[in-house]
Write a protein that binds this ligand. Structure first.
Ligand SMILES: [Zn+2]
Length: 250
């Protein structure tokens, strides 16, 4: 088929390109579906990390107190050793009083230690739950990722199929017009480079009046634009949105 110089020749190409454009938009929106699941994983990980930091702090505090208990033990043992060698009764009693004071202090540290062990026990149980939450959220995310990847693959196949049909359509279009069309297409984010000149009849006092407008941007066309378009000798673009104008085949 010889390339046509009339912009109507772009209609099938524009229809195809619009389908490709819509598929690309759909494709670009797919990864957003993962957002809430990614956030869930991040929240679960962060709450596990907070808990693990707490566990670390409790372990550190327990180790400190265990050391303190050992120091008390050593001190008490030493004093008990010394007490056995004391000859005078009052020296012995004074030493015993000191020892019992130390034992009371050690008891308080040990009580605190027991409380820490209980906290550790509870936090360790909670840690297992939190780890399970992280694993579940990660599994949920990767399942959704597989679904999204499969959907994207389907869209990619559709885009490839449509694109393969494109060259047959571009061959039917005048090369100069095609270049302009593709330039406008790249500049528009709605995938529309070809706009129909739409005719509207309005009843006015003087009778019926016809108005024309670009259906790409709804801005009115002058009668000169429309006459040139009807003559079909040269390409007409909308003065407002630069889209290539065409007349709907009647
Ligand atoms: Zn326009």
């Amino acid at each position: 088929m010889a390339p046509s110089r009339k912009s109507e020749a772009l209609i099938p190409l524009q229809e195809l390109d619009l389908q490709i454009h819509r598929l690309k938009v759909q494709r670009s929106e797919k990864p957003q579906l993962l957002g809430p699941r990614r956030e869930k994983v991040a929240r679960a990980r962060s709450s596990l990390e907070t808990l693990q930091a707490e566990i670390k702090a409790v372990r550190l505090e327990s180790a400190k107190r265990e050391k303190t208990v050992r120091e008390f033990d050593e001190k008490i043992n030493k004093l008990e050793e010394q007490a056995r060698q004391l000859k005078r009764n009052e020296d012995y009693h004074a030493m015993m009083k000191e020892i019992s004071g130390l034992k009371a202090d050690r008891g308080r540290v040990e009580d605190g230690l027991l409380d820490l062990y209980m906290q550790l026990d509870e936090k360790s149980k909670l840690e297992k739950l939190r780890q399970e939450e992280v694993r579940a959220a990660e599994a949920d995310l990767s399942e959704e990722q597989r679904k999204v990847d499969a959907e994207i693959a389907v869209i990619d196949a559709q885009i490839a199929e449509l694109s393969s049909r494109r060259s047959a359509l571009t061959a039917a279009v005048d090369p100069e017009m095609l270049r302009l069309y593709e330039r406008v297409l790249r500049a528009k984010d709605d995938g529309v480079a070809l706009a129909a000149a739409g005719k509207y009849e309005v009843i006015e006092e003087e009778g019926k009046a016809a108005y024309w407008q670009c259906e790409g941007c709804s801005v009115g066309l002058t009668s000169q634009d429309v006459n040139l378009l009807m003559a079909g000798r040269e390409l007409q673009v909308c003065r407002n949105c630069s889209r290539i104008l065409y007349l709907r085949p009647s």
